[in-house]
Structures are given as structure tokens and as C-alpha cells.
Design a protein around this ligand. Structure first.
Ligand code: ACO
Ligand code: ACO
Length: 150
């Protein structure tokens, strides 16, 4: 598996981005301002990572996804470690990530990698998403924000 910067977006990249974030408009918007990488396996993209500079010295992981068939094999964790190394080598001081309060597996993974919770953006998903999102049998309303100093 290799991780490389994406030069040209293909349909598979969009499928991955939308599996992490269902709002096509929002995705289109932040992708333009982000540096994006894919995880390649046997010549095909199986994972994606989008990193957006937000405030001075701060980089946000705005999108991370692994295709369903390849989930649970450590690729997500490798992408997170890659993001942290990239941030450090590019002189960023802090890496942030936000996820749904109902995304229990993702919250586990991010904390396992060293992220700490910083705040809750209450009703974020009600305000920003037209379609209701249901996850783990719960209606998703709040965003949990996590960060790590690198
Ligand atoms: N539910 C339960 N546990 C999970 C989940 C999950 N959804 N995702 C990861 N884990 C656990 C794994 O079981 C594993 O645990 P272990 O170390 O104890 O064995 C650990 O986290 C590492 O898992 P990986 O195999 O490295 O993760 P994976 O390659 O499956 O990628 C990812 C994780 C990216 C979250 C993937 O599940 C995915 O693409 N999900 C759909 C899209 C998504 O939710 N993206 C994140 C949205 S937030 C954002 O983009 C900023
Ligand atoms: N992990 C995952 N799911 C859980 C857990 C858990 N620890 N606890 C409850 N759930 C889920 C159940 O799966 C169930 O889901 P479903 O409706 O989709 O089937 C739902 O929550 C309701 O479960 P109950 O059977 O009503 O909960 P239970 O009788 O097991 O009591 C409790 C939950 C009190 C948390 C129990 O697990 C416990 O005593 N844990 C140890 C002590 C503890 O952690 N207490 C809370 C600390 S915080 C505080 O005290 C303020």
C-alpha cells in the first residue's frame, strides 16, 4: 500500500469522499482548498485523505475514508499517521479532526491515534446538512472536535 498526492480526481475518489461526508457541495468546496492523498493498493485507490489549512499553523483532516472492502485492515490508521507526519514536516503545530457524536468507531480510532476532544459543535449536522443522518441507530446532530499537537 502506498500513499500519494492525488493529481487527478477519478469517480472512485468521489465515492470515497462521499462515504465520509454525504454533502457533495461541501466536499467540492473544501477539496479545492485542500491537499489530497490516496492510499493505493494493487494500482487502485482504496483510501483517501483531505488536509485543509484552517488557521495559522493548524491543519484539519476534513475527510478520511477507506473503501468498505478494505476497512478494518489498518489503512485508516496509516492514513492518520501519514497526516500527522505530513503536518509535522510542513511546520504545522496542530492537527484537528471533527466527527459525528454518533461515530463511535471513528471516535475510538482517533483517540487511539492520540487525538483529544476539544469541543462540541452542537447541532452542526442539523445546520449544515439538508438530509437527516442516522448512524448507530441515532439521529446525528452534534459534531465532536478533536485535536493533537504535533
Ligand atoms: N467502527 C468500529 N471500529 C472502527 C471503525 C468503525 N467504523 N473504524 C475503525 N475502527 C477501529 C478498528 O476496529 C481498529 O481497531 P483495533 O486497532 O482495535 O483493531 C482501529 O479502529 C483502526 O482501524 P483501521 O483498520 O485502521 O481503520 P479503517 O481502515 O477501517 O478506516 C475509517 C477507518 C476511515 C473511519 C473507515 O472505517 C471509513 O472509511 N469509514 C466510513 C467513512 C468515515 O466514517 N470516515 C470518517 C468520517 S470523519 C472525517 O472524515 C473527518
Ligand atoms: N457499551 C455498549 N452499549 C451499551 C453499553 C455499553 N457499555 N451500555 C448500554 N449499551 C446499549 C445497549 O446495547 C442497549 O442498546 P440497544 O437499545 O440498541 O439494544 C442500550 O444501550 C440500553 O442498554 P440497557 O440494557 O438498558 O443498559 P444496561 O442495563 O446494560 O445498563 C449501564 C447500562 C448502566 C451503563 C451498565 O452497562 C453499567 O452498569 N455499566 C457499568 C457502570 C457504568 O459504566 N455506569 C455509567 C457510568 S456514568 C454515570 O454513572 C453517571
Amino acid at each position: 500500500m502506498i500513499i500519494k498526492e492525488i493529481q487527478e480526481f477519478q469517480a472512485i475518489h468521489y465515492d470515497l469522499l462521499l462515504s465520509a461526508d454525504p454533502d457533495k457541495q461541501l466536499v467540492e468546496d473544501y477539496i479545492k482548498r485542500s491537499v489530497c492523498f490516496d492510499a493505493m493498493f494493487d494500482g487502485s485507490p482504496v483510501g483517501i485523505l483531505a488536509l485543509l489549512p484552517t488557521r495559522p499553523e493548524t491543519l484539519e483532516i476534513v475527510n478520511i475514508a477507506v473503501s468498505e472492502t478494505y476497512q478494518g485492515q489498518g489503512i485508516g490508521e496509516k492514513l492518520l499517521q501519514f497526516a500527522l507526519s505530513y503536518a509535522k514536516n510542513s511546520q504545522y503545530k496542530t492537527v484537528e479532526i471533527g466527527t459525528g457524536s454518533t461515530s463511535f468507531g471513528q471516535l475510538y480510532l482517533y483517540q487511539k491515534c492520540g487525538f483529544r476532544m476539544t469541543s462540541i459543535d452542537r447541532d452542526f449536522f442539523i445546520r449544515h446538512y439538508e438530509e437527516e443522518i442516522v448512524e448507530n441507530k441515532l439521529i446525528l446532530k452534534d459534531m465532536v472536535r478533536l485535536s493533537m499537537d504535533v
